[in-house]
Design a binder for this molecule. Structure first.
Ligand code: SF4
Length: 179
């Protein structure tokens, strides 16, 4: 039995002051989804709309993610979605290493509690934080260590729609890997 459950982790995140990002956040964004999900999606950090609502991937990139999940035959309500850090960096800048290091305990707890069969790392920040690797161009579409699928961050697909087909195709691999 896990010492704490996902709601307790989410509560800890919501009141966390471990790094300076708590100073400017409106709401922390722990993540959402079933605690028994077979699939976990991990992005980089909350953006403006996520900061206002406390929910992950609800802005334009989130809507693109929803469309891609649907095209891949996945239901968003059945996946656990979170990010490497849980509070919005000012002006959506990249998270600092110190912030990622402080926040890492929460992601580790979420992975341990949800214990997903397959984890989708969306974008370089997630790949670097979880696997210590870089290079989406070389890594995307590959399942590493039998558990981690690497793909684009939805915001990158939003900036370059030419990536959408590859993004959907990666999510199909994710869907197959969760069976
Ligand atoms: S980003 Fe993470 S470590 Fe920093 S205040 Fe938010 S929850 Fe805490």
């Amino acid at each position: 039995m896990n010492p704490i459950d996902i709601d307790q982790v989410n509560q800890q995140i919501s009141s966390c002051r471990l790094c300076p990002l708590f100073l400017e956040r409106k709401l922390a964004v722990p993540g959402c989804g079933p605690a028994s999900a077979e699939i976990m999606l991990i992005g980089e950090a909350p953006g403006k709309e996520e900061d206002l609502t406390g929910k992950p991937f609800v802005g334009r990139a989130g809507r693109l993610l929803d469309a891609a999940l649907e095209q891949a035959g996945l239901e968003r309500s059945k996946v656990f979605i979170t990010s490497v850090i849980k509070c919005r960096p000012p002006q959506n800048r990249k998270p600092k290493k110190s912030e990622i290091d402080q926040c890492r305990r929460y992601l580790d707890s979420q992975i341990e509690i949800v214990h997903p069969k397959i984890i989708c790392l969306m974008g370089n920040t997630a790949v670097q934080a979880v696997l210590g690797m870089q290079g989406i161009a070389q890594l995307r579409g590959r399942v590493l260590q039998n558990r981690y699928l690497v793909t684009f961050h939805p915001a990158a697909v939003l900036r370059n729609r030419n990536h959408m087909d590859d993004f959907v195709s990666d999510l199909k691999i994710l869907n197959a890997g969760s069976q």
